[in-house]
Ligand binder design. Sequence first.
Ligand SMILES: [Zn+2]
Length: 490
Amino acid sequence: MEPKIKKYDLLIKNGTVHTAVESFESEIGVSEGKIAAIGKNLGHSERIIDAKGLLVLPGGIDAHCHIEQESSSKIMTADDFYSGSVSAAFGGNTTILPFAAQHRGQSLRDVVANARKRAKDKAVIDYGLHLIISDPSKSVLEDELPSLIKEGYTSFKVYMTYEMLKINDGEILDILALARKYGALTMVHAENNEIINWISDRLTQRGYNAPKFHAVSHSHIAESEASRRAIDLARLVDARMLIVHVSDAEAANSILQARNNELNIYGETCPQYLFLTAKDLDQEGMEGAKYCCSPPPRDKESQKAIWKGLKNGTFQVFSSDHAPYRLDKSGKFHAGKDVSFNKIANGVPGLETRMPLLFSEGVGKGRITINEFVALTSTNAAKIYGLYPRKGSLVIGGDADIAIWDPKWVRTIKQEMLHDNMDYTPYEGMKVKGWPRIVINRGRIAVEDEKLKVERGSGKFLPRTPAETCREQPISSPLSPSRNFGAKLL
Ligand SMILES: [Zn+2]
């Protein structure tokens, strides 16, 4: 008797599959939004995608983006959950992890409810939410955070700089210790606030106000010092921690060293540190404001160090840090057009260009392998942020989140072709080779033929799983203190 031939909702044929660990020729069968089969001669389907000459990859996860988020100076990012998620999808992403940001005095619960409401009827692909904690009050630490972690908000960002967001070292320790207890992950923006203010004051007193001085004020020493300090704080309480948007060679070295010492420290970097330098800020008038982000783009040597870090295990995650502020009163120039560098809104857009840039310059130029590309843009984020194996890989039973890349598609990046709500891209005019042709989220074709195929609001919220909570540390003899004494005081 003939075996019954299985019928799939979607079948991808003739492509080469690439995961974070291997590459192989295979078909992929999709049923009910999940990957149902991986193999040869899988059978029939209503819809067959012929991926001949194309690369079949897990959909990207942009684990750091600011969407429909209000800043502490009350300006709103240019992208809401619709334009942000659409732009992400066109760039090969199937999941985004933006932030629910707490400002001082706000309840975290309210902040989360508000972000959920904003996302619900707009997002077109799946999303989770990190938290931003700027006010670790008693009720936040004892009540709100523990319950929110259990509900799937398993990561939170803290700031060591920005007057209205920064928390002090003691507060960071409180948060790290709490994260350790509940299996959550602390993300840190590591820059020394005092160093930045000290330099900024001296620059502005002397009349050095142009955008290019932003890069001078955010000295790389401010970043390396704060990164080392953050690592030591995490080391003291034996907590997992991820340093976001690393731009500097010394900071990268500290992360690698910590990892080599078996600390649970992770590192993230972004396109702006591979493709921009401080020279981009040095332009006529306010043009340089386009490239003002923190930490700032640095120099060619730093770019080399960051590329090296992508290869040698310093960085696990490559994110956009998409922080879209238009070149007008609603964004970059909220404090006026003729202001000094430290009054310009910080951030660059990059949701849609993140993966094509890394693909073209990384995989295309032989700096990283395609498997490393998948790990850096998708799989590692899923693992670190509690979405694996549902997201970030191509496994039977996992969500059918797939990006089908055309490695020969040459495009010159122009703002007009992007789908965000911005009025510029820092990568205008850059020629890239390789872009996704078809993007699939939970089996639904999200992008095809350069068109959006999914409905507004059809993306799903993703509650995430905490890491295995840390075991109680045995209290050893005070005569033989363990390397992380602080962990015993939790
Ligand atoms: Zn940041």
